[in-house]
Design a protein around this ligand. Structure first.
Ligand SMILES: NC(=O)c1ccc[n+]([C@@H]2O[C@H](COP(=O)([O-])OP(=O)(O)OC[C@H]3O[C@@H](n4cnc5c(N)ncnc54)[C@H](O)[C@@H]3O)[C@@H](O)[C@H]2O)c1
Length: 287
């Protein structure tokens, strides 16, 4: 499957047109987005800002965050860059406090940051403790720490929405990353449903999206890794051919197409949607 083509440039232009014409669904609201330095998190932060939200942008990548916040400022949005390793409980507690100080009470939380890993592809015995643990620390614990830091205050105000970014891997299995990644993304769906039950009655909706392939640095790094050996490259080509056969929309999504789904779930347009795992994968996985 092609990672980038001329059609992608047209699609980016149409993404920009679509975002530019949306009404201010988030005017007067504040959002916190993790993973805001790159890919889906960056697209989500930019859309939220363009639609009127004040945006606290969290990531461990300070330079990437600065670029996101500069783009938000250029669009006239209130935004703050907060460097944070979401895998660390104390760091998340500090960063959440800083976010509220900088932009105000948080009404919308997008847990987007995540990592992949390929160790253990050739057998569970080759997946060491530290690699397994790191994926779960970032992908599951990070979202848990953020929810714990922000949901009680949302419930106190009787209003809020959360979107956790899971994956097609959480609904089925990962095509690119390892067992730890699949496990972490399935766990996020459990976190989503349990919180949706506990907090729905207190005015806070909690949902997840499950993207398929999205053209971001994460998926490009999987392609680069496969290119390193002829065997890995052949295995990837075989996998992609199977993927493409089952893919009704014959392309990867743009980050902005995922951001659009996140914003819908965070917005009042989805006021009766709670506890869902929304498949945003072009029909690759239908359930
Ligand atoms: N790209 C895909 O094909 C795809 C498919 C399904 C799901 N997803 C999920 O979408 C989310 C976003 O991925 P993306 O494709 O935009 O990737 P990306 O690599 O472009 O962005 C991920 C961001 O998360 C940040 N991050 C990673 N670990 C962090 C940590 N410990 N603390 C703070 N920030 C951290 C990175 O610095 C980066 O800015 C991830 O949760 C990923 O699992 C991606």
């Amino acid at each position: 499957m092609t990672v980038r083509s001329g059609a992608d440039d047209e699609r980016s232009a149409s993404d920009a047109r679509r975002s530019a014409t949306l009404p201010g669904r988030f005017a007067g609201r504040n959002a916190l987005v993790t993973g805001a330095a790159s890919g889906i998190g960056k697209a989500t932060a930019l859309r939220l800002g363009r639609e009127g939200a004040g945006v606290a942008c969290l990531d461990r990548d300070a330079a990437g965050l600065d670029m996101t916040v500069a783009a938000l400022a250029a669009a006239g949005a209130r935004a703050e860059a907060i460097v944070c390793d979401i895998a660390k409980s104390a760091d998340v507690a500090r960063a959440s406090g800083r976010a509220i100080e900088a932009v105000g009470p948080i009404d919308a939380l997008a847990n987007v940051a995540g990592i992949g890993d390929v160790s253990g592809h050739d057998g569970i015995e080759n997946l060491p403790d530290d690699r397994w643990q790191r994926v779960l620390d970032v992908n599951v614990n990070g979202a848990f720490y953020l929810c714990r830091a922000l949901l009680p205050a949302m419930a106190g105000r009787g209003f809020g929405a959360v979107v956790n970014v899971s994956s097609l891997a959480g609904r089925s299995k990962s095509a690119n990353a390892n067992l730890a990644y699949t496990t972490s993304k399935a766990a996020l769906l459990g976190l989503t449903r349990h919180l949706a039950f506990d907090y729905g009655r207190r005015g806070v909706r909690v949902n997840a999206i499950c993207p398929g392939g999205v053209d971001t640095p994460m998926i490009r790094s999987a392609a680069a890794l496969a290119a390193a050996s002829p065997e890995a490259s052949a295995a990837r080509a075989k996998g992609l051919a199977a993927y493409q056969f089952f893919m009704p929309i014959q392309r990867m999504s743009t980050p902005d197409e995922q951001a659009a789904a996140i914003l819908w779930l965070l917005s009042d347009d989805a006021s009766y949607v709670n506890g869902v795992s929304l498949d945003v994968n072009g029909g690759l996985y239908m359930a």
